[in-house]
Structure formats: structure tokens, C-alpha cells
Design a protein around this ligand. Structure first.
Ligand SMILES: O=C(O)CCC(=O)C(=O)O
Length: 252
């Protein structure tokens, strides 16, 4: 545990209306992390340094937690434009738990409707995710879809149908999808959502790749019950860790 505090990026806090919307819907977006030109520079680095394979958010070390060893991924994952809005929802003390690239090449599989909490080894389940568009995300190349209000329910998960990218999916029986939102985004935009907001993406039916980076952030009273690797430590990205439940990365 470190006792040093990290200044909260107060300049980028959400407005009270945005916070209200986040709590009403379970998500908020698109917000802006950086300009499309700035994202083009990040993308060039990612395309050069990371493998040219598909990744659907599993634990492939090439695409998982790269903020721990790649300074550019770390800079992107901790931009004040992303952390500031998170502090408006979860308060000033924040730890970066995980990052995952979601790379869907043309023909990439459907990600079933799911609540992230179904898969996660944490206690209690309090997480905010930012899903950042690295490529432009449209309905055609499988923009993330979200269903407002579903963060208020615990939805059972069942084995996924054949051809899905995940092994388990939400039991969507009886849910009304008429209000679902297609989160189309320009490179550099992002959407925030919580651990229970139901979300999904269609197969990539276009001829364009769709890459995003999911940034998972917890508060210090959340215990990570299973590290992803021996080197997997939490990173203090705002405020202080007054709990000491999780191992933190050493200060630079
Ligand atoms: O990339 C996608 O299509 C889905 C992302 C997702 O499931 C997540 O970030 O939790």
C-alpha cells in the first residue's frame, strides 16, 4: 500500500445532470478522452507494439493489463478526461484494476448480452468501466450496445449459445430491448458503465476493425480476490488508498 495521494483530476468532473443520468441509466456516453488526432497517435503505437490478432476481452496477456508494462497504454488508461468523470461517480479514491483491449476484426463474433459482475473475482462488486473507442465504432462494425436501467437488477447467466465470444450470457428472457442504445463513437470517445449494466455487441459485419480499450476501476474497499498474474497489482490513479486491501504498484 502507498500512502502518497494522487491529485483527483477535478477539471474533468461530470455535471450534476450527467451524474444523474449515469445513475438513472447505468451508463453515460459518449464522453471525450482525447481528439481523433490524439487517438490516431495512440493507435499507431498500439498497432506497432501489440500483436495483430483478435481479442475479445479474455485474459490473453498480449491484450490484458498492458497498462502495467506499456507507458503509452498507461497514459491512455489514466487520462484525466477519463479518471475525472469516474471520481464524480465513485469518489476521489480510485484504483485501476484491469485493462482489456477488445479487438474485433471483420467477421468477429457476437459478444452476448451480459453483466460484467457475473465473471469478476471481486468483493464487493463496485466497478466503473470506461470503454474507449480506438477505432471509429459504428453499428456496422459492432458498436457496444447498452440497455438502460438494467444495472438495478441481478440477471442470471446461462451457458452461451454456439458462436458467441463468451462462454456465459445473460438470460434475456422477458427483457425489453426496445430502449437499447447503440454507442456509436469517434476515436477518442468513451462510454462509462457499471458492473451490472447489461451490454452486448453484434458480430462485426463490416470490413473495418473495431478496437476499444476497457478500463476497469475500483474503489479501495473492493478486494480483488484473484490477481490475473503474479505481477498484477492495482494502480492508485486518484486520491488515496486508506484500506490497504490490495497490493499496489510501486510508485515511480
Ligand atoms: O467490446 C465489446 O463489444 C464488449 C465489451 C465488454 O463486454 C466490456 O467492456 O465489458
Amino acid at each position: 500500500m502507498t500512502t502518497a495521494a494522487v491529485d483527483a483530476p477535478v477539471r474533468f468532473r461530470l455535471t450534476p445532470e450527467q451524474v444523474k443520468r449515469f445513475h438513472a441509466d447505468g451508463f453515460l456516453g459518449p464522453l471525450t478522452a482525447c481528439s481523433p488526432d490524439e487517438m490516431a497517435a495512440y493507435r499507431e503505437h498500439i498497432d506497432r507494439q501489440l500483436p495483430q490478432t483478435q481479442s475479445i476481452g479474455g485474459g490473453d496477456p498480449a491484450w490484458h493489463n498492458r497498462h502495467l508494462d506499456d507507458p503509452v497504454v498507461r497514459e491512455l488508461s489514466t487520462r484525466p478526461q477519463i479518471v475525472g468523470p469516474m471520481t464524480s461517480v465513485l469518489g476521489d479514491d480510485l484504483l485501476l484494476w484491469r485493462t482489456n483491449f477488445f479487438v474485433k476484426e471483420p467477421g468477429g463474433k457476437e459478444i452476448p448480452w451480459h453483466q460484467d459482475r457475473n465473471y469478476w473475482p471481486i468483493e464487493p462488486e463496485v466497478v466503473i468501466s470506461a470503454w474507449v473507442a480506438i477505432d471509429r465504432c459504428t453499428v456496422e462494425n459492432s458498436a457496444v450496445q447498452l440497455l438502460p436501467g438494467t444495472h438495478r437488477k441481478l440477471i442470471p447467466h446461462v451457458p452461451a449459445s454456439d458462436g458467441m465470444a463468451f462462454k456465459e450470457m445473460a438470460d434475456t428472457h422477458g427483457l425489453d430491448f426496445s430502449e437499447k442504445v447503440d454507442m456509436e463513437m469517434e476515436p477518442g470517445q468513451f462510454v462509462l458503465f457499471n458492473e451490472r449494466t447489461l451490454h452486448h455487441s453484434e458480430p462485426n459485419r463490416s470490413n473495418l476493425r473495431r478496437m476499444g480499450l476497457a478500463i476497469r476501476v475500483i474503489v479501495p474497499f473492493v478486494r480483488v480476490l484473484k490477481a490475473d498474474s503474479p505481477q498484477h497489482h492495482m494502480m492508485l490513479i486518484s486520491g488515496e488508498d486508506r484500506m490497504g486491501f490490495n497490493t499496489l504498484t510501486a510508485e515511480d
